[in-house]
Design a protein around this ligand. Structure first.
Ligand SMILES: NC(=O)C1=CN([C@@H]2O[C@H](COP(=O)(O)OP(=O)(O)OC[C@H]3O[C@@H](n4cnc5c(N)ncnc54)[C@H](OP(=O)(O)O)[C@@H]3O)[C@@H](O)[C@H]2O)C=CC1
Ligand SMILES: CC(=O)N[C@@H](CCC(=O)OP(=O)(O)O)C(=O)O
Length: 346
């Protein structure tokens, strides 16, 4: 069995990792690392784990952890991950980081958007952007993966085939995305409390959200050109789920059938990406609790635009599930191990 440690297991993304790994056939959780709950059983912090995982939360010890774990997931705030990762990486651990710290090729871009110096820029050349549908071969060779953000996962999966084949004008891309409140993490602040969020919907960080450069980095690689997008996130009164509605101008007279062919070919061997073909459109309910991404395509003949809808669960394909998928690839396990169950639906 592969021994796994989770640093930041007591957060929402971390505890989703725990849930998925409890059902993984080849991995066992040996270390649960926390900051606020050291000495408590994880099943006392999260009672749904009682009788399933009752181990104690420990304080981080970067000298001891490498001998206790083969793989370490870091699910910590931005800036904190890249402080703890260097000694673990030097000691030989395989690391999947759920923060933004290892998603960028250029430390200057990170520093501009995250407004802090990058604590470990020397490791950026070793880190691979962990979107398997785009970088599977490199992920398989990597020992450090920067797991993508939730909005970038939904957006990039929705756009990748069209951008790769040059079907759309990449200057015309508009991403209008909605997220459930768990996307903001467990640490509470007034704006995410029940009475503030319930029965409300609002845009936030318009034209300045930190996921913008992450999406642009990957689209630019696909287009082999600098791509700039408009991205507007919204907070909606749900616990989980992201729906990205993406608009772009078509370059040629492509029919819906033509687009379905392009998308079908691009994703033909992908276990977790599904294109809707019968005129229906995806919704967050269909992916809640699963590692799947559902994509719907519409061609608006009047405006000559493609409208793509892409749905994921922010905590699964947008965080913990994708991290497990990356672990499976890095360790040459079956890519779907621990991720085979369907979502909740209800
Ligand atoms: N929520 C989501 O949908 C997504 C989250 N992510 C990323 O995953 C990471 C975790 O997010 P999320 O689970 O939502 O956040 P939470 O706020 O729910 O959890 C944060 C975790 O980090 C630990 N922590 C916080 N500050 C420190 C510190 N200074 N030193 C050590 N540990 C610390 C907390 O420990 P303790 O509880 O012990 O205090 C907790 O376990 C973030 O980088 C986030 O951006 C990525 C994609 C989607
Ligand atoms: C609803 C909500 O607040 N969502 C978070 C995105 C969470 C995420 O994926 O963030 P990282 O890139 O930091 O890992 C936000 O908009 O900042």
């Amino acid at each position: 069995m592969i021994r796994v440690g989770i640093i930041g297991a007591t957060g929402y993304a971390g505890i989703e990792l725990v849930r998925l790994l409890c059902g993984h056939p080849d991995a066992t959780i040996t270390q649960i690392i926390s900051q606020s709950f050291v000495g408590k059983k994880i099943s006392d912090v999260y009672p749904h784990l009682k009788g399933i995982l009752d181990i104690e939360c420990r304080e981080l010890n970067t000298d001891e952890l490498p001998a206790q774990c083969d793989v370490v997931f870091t699910s910590l705030p931005q800036g904190t991950s890249s402080e703890v990762i260097p000694p673990l990486y030097s000691a030989g651990c395989t690391i999947i980081d759920l923060s933004a710290d290892f998603r960028f090729h250029d430390a200057a871009v990170y520093e501009q958007w995250y407004k802090m110096p990058h604590p470990a820029p020397q490791l950026l050349p070793d880190a691979i952007y962990g979107l398997p549908e785009l970088h599977r071969t490199d992920i398989a060779k990597a020992r450090l993966v920067g797991n993508p953000g939730c909005y970038p996962t939904a957006t990039l999966l929705g756009l990748a085939p069209a951008v790769k084949v040059g079907a759309i004008d990449t200057n015309s891309i508009i991403v209008d995305a909605k997220s459930g409140v768990s996307g903001a993490g467990r640490a509470s602040s007034l704006e995410y409390s029940f009475c503030e969020c319930d029965e409300d919907m609002k845009a936030y960080k318009v034209a300045q959200h930190r996921h913008t450069p992450e999406i642009e980095q990957e689209l630019s690689i696909l287009a082999q050109n600098d791509v700039v997008i408009s991205f507007t996130p919204h907070l909606i009164p749900m616990k989980r789920g992201i729906l990205a509605t993406i608009y772009a101008t078509l370059k040629n007279d492509l029919s819906l059938e033509g687009l379905l062919n392009i998308y079908g070919n691009f994703y033909k061997d992908e276990p977790f990406v599904h294109i809707y073909e019968n005129g229906t459109l995806p919704s967050t309910k269909a992916v809640a609790g699963s590692n799947h991404c559902h994509i719907g395509l519409t061609v608006d003949q009047r405006t000559h635009r493609i409208i793509i809808t892409s749905a994921i669960d922010n905590l699964v394909k947008g965080a913990a599930g994708q991290a497990v998928q990356n672990m499976n690839i890095m360790l040459n396990l079956s890519e779907t191990a621990g991720l085979a169950l369907p979502g909740y639906y209800i």
